[in-house]
Design a protein around this ligand. Structure first.
Ligand SMILES: *[C@@H]1O[C@H](CO)[C@@H](O)[C@H](O)[C@H]1NC(C)=O
Ligand SMILES: *[C@@H]1O[C@H](CO)[C@@H](O)[C@H](O)[C@H]1NC(C)=O
Length: 361
């Protein structure tokens, strides 16, 4: 190759690099912010500000987080909103309760309202968390503040381009499964799920009315396979009752979003079937790089599933080999893999489009 060709090749390479940089900037600019609502799978520190038992701001939580910091994430490290933001090239949206008290609160870069313990119903872990309704109420304040600072049209345009990531429903299902046989007899699973969906319909509609146009909805995982619910069975099997309720709920949320999409031509969404995605790791751990898919890494008692992750709990040496961090929550390794599938995967795991496609619209 002579010198002239080398220069041509080199400048071609530079052009390619510049184009790639420009297109990744364009992709980043496509989503200016992420607004997160939901439960402990998405809490990045809101519950630190509450008087509640549902906290994770102490070791061994955060043992793999930068600085080994217990941030309030129910994880050994990062969780779903962190990986979502990383995939988008954005910083993780801060917890609402950490910024709302500041006089120069900046809501333009996204806000996280998620709270460990939250459910679709106000009654789920009542007074122990920020209920989903309360989160939406907080979001309405943020929306009003954006209208004030940016003007009505700019605020609407900003929110329409932003992602609204929602993970809610697991705590309602856990509460249902743990309720008495008598309570369940008068409220069979389908009826219970119908009531959840009725509430969720109004809640998602309210988010739409407040400007949300791009929804990422994470269905509930195979709740019955979390170590805590395995403890309900002598054989330590997954709770079929919980997994069936989760499957009913996920199917119903998919059709709820489909219906919303038909009513509102400007609504886009991606539904992630967390149950199907996570069940693959639980049923074939080795195929997905896991060694332990039943026991919790951090906890006490049988399968580390009797007591949660506290400073006096045991914890496993190899966190990347465990599907579950504590008796309810996935490890950072699991959250990273699942978010990757939601971002770049295909139906039936994520539909009608994945998050990357949603951000490009
Ligand atoms: C749930 O709580 C909100 C306030 O956070 C309230 O506006 C709403 O009416 C409550 N819903 C029910 C069904 O009680
Ligand atoms: C941790 O466990 C995983 C899954 O078994 C394995 O691939 C990995 O090599 C282990 N890491 C260490 C440091 O032992």
């Amino acid at each position: 190759m002579d010198a002239g060709n080398t220069i041509t090749v080199a400048s071609f390479a530079i052009v390619v690099v510049l184009l790639a940089a420009a297109s990744s900037l364009a992709a980043a600019a496509a989503v200016p912010a992420v607004y997160v609502l939901g439960d402990s799978l998405a809490d990045v520190g809101n519950n630190n500000h509450l008087l509640t038992l549902l906290k994770a701001d102490f070791p061994h939580n955060g043992i793999d987080y930068p600085g080994k910091k217990a941030t309030g994430r129910f994880s050994n490290g990062k969780n779903f909103p962190d990986f979502l933001a990383e995939n988008l090239g954005l910083a993780t949206s801060p917890p609402y309760l950490a910024i709302s008290s500041s006089s120069n609160a900046n809501y333009v870069n996204g806000v996280n309202f998620a709270s460990g313990g939250a459910g679709v119903f106000n009654s789920t872990n009542k007074d122990q968390c920020i209920s989903f309704d309360k989160q939406i109420e907080y979001y309405s304040k943020v929306q009003a503040s954006l209208v004030q600072s940016l003007g009505e049209a700019q605020a609407a345009s900003h929110l329409a381009k932003s992602l609204f990531a929602i993970t809610i429903g697991s705590n309602d299902i856990i509460g249902y499964v743990r309720s008495s046989a008598a309570a369940k007899a008068t409220n069979p699973p389908q009826q219970f799920v119908d009531a959840l969906i009725q509430s969720l319909t109004g809640q998602l509609q309210r988010l739409y009315d407040l400007g949300a146009r791009k929804l990422v909805f994470l269905g509930t995982g195979p709740v019955g396979c979390c170590p805590s619910l395995r403890e309900l069975s002598a054989a330590r099997d997954c709770s079929g009752e919980a997994n069936e309720a989760s499957a009913l709920y996920n199917a119903a949320t998919a059709s709820l979003l489909h219906g919303m999409g038909e009513r509102h031509a400007d609504l886009r969404y991606a539904v992630f079937d967390s149950s199907a995605a996570l069940l693959r790791y639980i049923e074939q751990p080795a195929a997905y790089g896991f060694a332990e898919a039943r026991a919790a890494c951090c906890g006490l008692g049988d399968m580390n599933a009797k007591i949660g992750c506290t400073p006096v709990s045991f914890y496993c040496a190899n966190r990347t080999g465990y599907v579950f961090w504590d008796f309810y929550h996935p490890t950072e390794a699991t959250a990273r893999k699942l978010t990757g599938v939601a971002f770049d995967g295909s139906p039936p795991l994520v539909f009608p489009m994945n998050i990357r496609q949603l951000t490009a619209m």
